[in-house]
Write a protein that binds this ligand. Structure first.
Ligand code: HEC
Ligand code: HEC
Length: 156
């Protein structure tokens, strides 16, 4: 039940997100759709971000960390309605720092790398670059044999 309601909300978001595209060549749909509320609590992302770009990013987060929206966003236990603007979940706050970090990495540092062979995707750090489907990036421990003859550090 909880999941059904939540999915319906997400479906509504997606429907709203695609409305501007549809609106260009079709008359407004007959059924009343509640307009997507404008974000009220963006502190890191641009305040005028389009619904479409915001949702694309949010779905990117769920994929990169292997989570649902509720990992970062509060859902009312009684009504099962999400409150996306609320800052009650600690992971939403961590995510803000992570967004700012990724913006800095790309704008300040990746722009200094002029590798003609690298495609734009290759030189763009995303949440997935580190997280790879996990909430906590897995520590990388090189296999001991990879060091043989490589002159690297001895495994501890
Ligand atoms: C990894 C954490 C994370 C996940 C997962 C996540 N979000 Fe977010 N979301 C955030 C953060 C952080 C912000 C605020 C960004 C800022 O302050 O600029 C936000 C903001 C929003 C907002 C704007 C709220 C407002 O009024 O300010 C909406 C809507 C939203 N998210 C929807 C979703 C949906 C739908 C999903 C699932 C598809 C989702 N989010 C998944 C972290 C997350
Ligand atoms: C440069 C690598 C890197 C990138 C890129 C990165 N993260 Fe992280 N993230 C980490 C590390 C390392 C931790 C663990 C930090 C800790 O626990 O102190 C972490 C932890 C988190 C957590 C807390 C997880 C938990 O279990 O509590 C969230 C949420 C998160 N990151 C969201 C994001 C989002 C959203 C993005 C993209 C905007 C992102 N991260 C990009 C390295 C990264």
């Amino acid at each position: 039940m909880k999941r059904v309601t939540f999915c319906a909300v997400i479906a509504a978001f997606l429907a709203c997100a695609s409305l501007p595209l549809i609106a260009q060549d079709t008359p407004p749909p007959q059924q009343q759709r509640r307009p997507m509320p404008a974000p009220t609590n963006l502190q890191v992302l641009p305040k005028d971000i389009s619904t479409q770009d915001l949702m694309k990013m949010m779905f990117g987060f769920t994929g990169a960390l292997g989570v649902k929206c509720s990992f970062c966003h509060e859902i009312n236990e009684q009504t099962h309605q999400p409150n996306f603007a609320a800052d009650t979940k600690p992971d939403k706050k961590i995510a803000r720092t992570m967004i700012a970090m990724v913006q800095d990495i790309n704008s300040k540092y990746m722009t200094q790398i002029s590798d003609p062979d690298a495609t734009p995707e290759m030189k763009t750090v995303t949440c997935g670059t580190c997280h790879r489907g996990n909430t906590m990036p897995a520590p990388f421990v090189p296999k001991p044999e990879e060091h043989q003859g490589g002159g690297g550090q001895k495994p501890q």
